[in-house]
Design a protein around this ligand. Structure first.
Ligand code: HEM
Ligand SMILES: N[C@@H](CC(=O)c1ccccc1NC=O)C(=O)O
Length: 289
């Protein structure tokens, strides 16, 4: 019986005759993706170089690349909400949710780093820490966990400082959503619509009945209901990332203080108390009452 797959007798896949191999004149894979820059951006600092430092660097770099896309999508989501294009905004949120899953799943790769392996090059990292990730901070900001004091960490990096100052001063995705709801006739109190958007979001009791109406009315526009649920998923995914970070840190450095100067695991545990959309969780207590 002949093999149904297109294999040569040598067991290799044939390179189709139409595949181009002359990439000098046109765009090539490597130049389009700037692989020269990307693949020469890993610079282990341990000396002699520790085998596992490349894992540590790549785990961070891939996380930063995904964070870049998360921020890009959240900014677009906010713009679409401002434009009353809720359906399109949901498309951005759906993408963000998948990226978050990837980011959280990725912790299992770093979890293969044993405490001893990490201890062998941790000293070379000096006082650098993920706490100094401006993209992570920008994502926290655009989701509502604003904190002006965090800007101080970025004083020596004017570009990062500028981006964070901008995101701090702009409305969050949640602000944009609430404005869209108000334009559609939902009773969002004026003081919420006029809030100082550079401040961290604080729980607003008055929004709970609004969300109760969205969740319980048969006439709710589906996209508003879906947006609420997507934001709940997004917060849930964010918490899962924070929890995995904390648990990987615990198994790698135990209860040592962090290189960034914090208490370490304890500090990361306290991040789990932060919430972006508290009213979307509070409303669940009221449903069916
Ligand atoms: C073995 C690996 C890791 C260890 C031991 C570790 C440890 C820590 C510790 C102790 C902190 C608290 C700040 C400090 O004092 O340094 C922190 C913060 C942070 N780390 Fe990591 N981390 C690891 C990997 C990562 C990775 C892969 C990322 C991905 C980007 C990351 C992102 C962050 C962020 C964003 C913060 C700030 C969190 C916040 O403000 O709540 N970390 N990390
Ligand atoms: N804060 C970590 C060090 C660390 O994880 C780190 C060091 C340099 C660049 C990014 C890092 N990632 C996350 O905090 C520690 O205390 O070991």
């Amino acid at each position: 019986m002949s093999c149904p797959h297109a294999q040569t007798p040598e067991g290799v896949r044939e390179i189709e005759g139409t595949i181009r191999t002359d990439f000098n004149a046109t765009m090539s894979y490597g130049s389009y993706l700037d692989l020269d820059a990307l693949l020469s951006a890993q610079h282990p600092v341990s000396s002699p170089e520790h085998h596992d430092e490349l894992l540590f660097i790549i785990q961070h770099q891939t996380s930063e690349l995904w964070l870049k896309l998360v921020l890009h999508e959240l900014i677009e989501c906010r713009r679409l909400m401002d434009n009353n294009e809720i359906g399109k905004a949901l498309k951005c949120l759906a993408r963000v949710k998948h990226i978050q899953k990837t980011l959280t799943e990725q912790w299992s790769v770093l979890a293969t780093l044993t405490p001893r392996e990490y201890a062998q090059f941790r000293g070379s990292l000096g006082s650098s820490s993920g706490f100094q990730s401006f993209q992570y901070r920008a994502v926290e900001f655009i989701l509502g966990n604003k904190h002006r004091g965090m800007l101080k960490v970025f004083e020596s990096d004017p570009e990062a400082h500028k981006l964070l100052s901008t995101v701090l001063a702009e409305p969050t995705v949640y602000d944009a959503f609430l404005h869209a709801l108000a334009r559609s006739g939902y009773a969002i109190p004026e003081h919420i619509l006029q809030r100082d958007v550079s401040e961290a979001w604080v729980f607003q009791e008055a929004l709970v009945p609004v969300f109760k109406q969205i969740y319980e009315s048969d006439t709710t526009q589906w996209s508003f209901y879906q947006a609420c649920e997507d934001l709940v998923d997004l917060e849930d995914n964010f918490q899962a990332w924070r929890f995995r970070h904390m648990s990987v840190v615990k198994r790698t450095i135990g209860f040592k203080p962090g290189t960034g100067g914090s208490s370490g695991v304890d500090f990361l545990k306290r991040a789990l108390d932060l919430t972006f959309f508290p009213e979307l969780f509070a409303v669940r207590t009221e449903i069916g009452k």
